[in-house]
Write a protein that binds this ligand. Structure first.
Ligand code: THU
Length: 132
């Protein structure tokens, strides 16, 4: 089970989902990403009529943090109606910065469906060291 400080991020992830722009899928996602200094960056999915331009909640949170100069993370909470799992694009982008962070997948009632690490979600993942 995740430690108490990560469980405390769950409401932020659920709240972030309120802002999802989802006219096409109607699938609401919220994310809360914690930097190693304890700052929480939230994100929601933002869809587009040109479907490939959609961005997931996890990457919204990540790019918010990176664009503010933060590159180290230790925890991610993803909230959906059904405890859904991050897509491959999100796993890959997050792996670049925080392969060993804790990841919680929760539903909108706050129930934890999965408590794991990013490395377990992306086994043998390709990261910056892969080009050395
Ligand atoms: N989505 C996310 O926000 N995160 C994921 O990791 C999986 C998928 C979004 C993208 C799209 O807006 C909707 O969920 C359906 O795929």
């Amino acid at each position: 089970m995740a430690d108490q400080s990560i469980l405390a991020m769950i409401p932020a992830a659920i709240h972030a989902a309120d802002f999802a722009y989802i006219p096409y899928s109607h699938y609401r996602v919220g994310a809360a990403l914690r930097s190693k200094d304890g700052t929480i960056f939230t994100g929601c999915n933002v869809e587009n009529s040109a479907y490939p331009a959609c961005i997931c909640a996890e990457r919204t949170a990540l790019v918010k943090a990176i664009s503010e100069g933060i590159q180290s993370f230790d925890a991610l909470v993803v909230a959906t109606a059904n405890g859904g799992s991050p897509c491959g694009h999100c796993r890959q982008m997050l792996f670049e910065f925080a392969p060993d962070m804790t990841v919680l997948l929760v539903d909108f009632s706050g129930t934890v469906h999965v408590a794991t690490t990013l490395r377990d979600l992306l086994p043998y993942g390709f990261g910056p060291h892969g080009m050395e």
